[in-house]
Design a protein around this ligand. Structure first.
Ligand SMILES: [Fe+2]
Ligand SMILES: [Fe+2]
Length: 301
């Protein structure tokens, strides 16, 4: 059995080391939003407690599906890198960016390139190793599990939280999944935005959902995991009568509010028996009363 932990949307606090010139453009709105609302919701001690809980669980691998930062300040990328390094190595953790990690245009070196070891492509299936400036999709193999990391994080206009894969990335993904389809591997796709058409209002949606769905229907995959909406989401993509699970996880740092649950992470236990793959999921969430993470049991239907 392979145990994969999934967390997302850390929105790590605090925001420090900014100058007035950093806050021109879209960042000013994002900073005001953080001051007014987000800093009261996304709490550093919850993210740190989640990290400890996962370390105690000792899964085989950890997937983080984007929005590690808030307004893409250089200091935020460094802070997130430190947080990751205290968690574990790039071999054990796979990271992809979200829209907040591309809040405004930032160079690779000053931005997500700080997390390069957590996004390194192992190569194969037509992909080069270590493509410096845009390593998406990347592939990492752990036994007969293939992890594919995508990026939908692109700078957008103010008040927009949209995302796109773009044609070049979609074409590489098509080739990659085509190559994997004959291998019998369990293919996990990491993507920040909920990737099925209709899952989000336009302002927050992924612009090329339908093209992504077509690629997955053509080639197959076993599990698609995402963040972005800061809530637990369970959906599926139907392919020839088979439902591919599409699972979203709540924010990794959030306290309970009237609109959102407290922080969650998902545990996926992937087994291969008698030639068949099976997937069991478990949820752990922040409990104020326990001051820690507990297993969440869904209410009876
Ligand atoms: Fe987010
Ligand atoms: Fe997001």
């Amino acid at each position: 059995m392979f145990t994969l932990v999934h967390l997302s949307d850390l929105h790590l606090a605090p925001l420090t080391d900014w100058s007035v010139s950093d806050l021109v453009s879209k960042r000013m709105l994002g900073y005001q939003s953080w001051r007014r609302r987000r800093r009261h919701v996304h709490l550093r001690h919850i993210a740190d407690a989640m990290r400890q809980d996962i370390l105690a669980l000792a899964p085989d691998h950890v997937a983080i599906t984007g929005d590690l930062v808030n307004i893409a300040l250089e200091s935020e990328f460094l802070q997130a890198r430190s947080w990751l390094e205290e968690f574990g190595s790039g071999d054990w953790i796979s990271v992809i960016p979200g829209n907040h990690d591309a809040y405004v245009p930032v160079s690779w070196e000053s931005g997500i390139g700080q997390w390069a070891s957590y996004m390194a492509c192992e190569g194969g299936f037509g992909l080069d190793k270590d493509r410096a400036d845009h390593p998406f999709p990347y592939i990492r193999r752990r036994g007969n599990i293939a992890l594919i990391g995508l990026s939908t994080g692109v700078p957008t206009r103010p008040l927009s939280a949209r995302g796109w894969l773009g044609e070049a990335q979609r074409n590489r993904l098509d080739d990659l999944l085509g190559g994997l389809s004959e291998t019998g591997m369990f293919v996990v796709i990491l993507i920040h935005h909920p990737p099925i058409a209709g899952q989000n209002q336009w302002r927050k949606a992924m612009g090329d959902c339908r093209q992504f769905e077509d690629i997955v229907r053509r080639n197959g995959a076993n599990l698609i995991i995402h963040g972005h909406n800061h809530r637990q989401m369970k959906d599926a993509l139907n392919r020839d009568g088979t439902a591919i699970p599409v699972l979203g996880v709540a924010s990794a740092s959030a306290k309970q509010t009237s609109r959102r649950s407290s922080a969650r992470y998902n545990i996926y236990r992937i087994s291969h028996t008698s030639g068949q793959w099976s997937l069991a999921t478990e949820e752990r969430g922040w409990s104020d009363s326990e001051a820690g993470f507990v297993t969440i049991h869904e209410p009876d239907a």
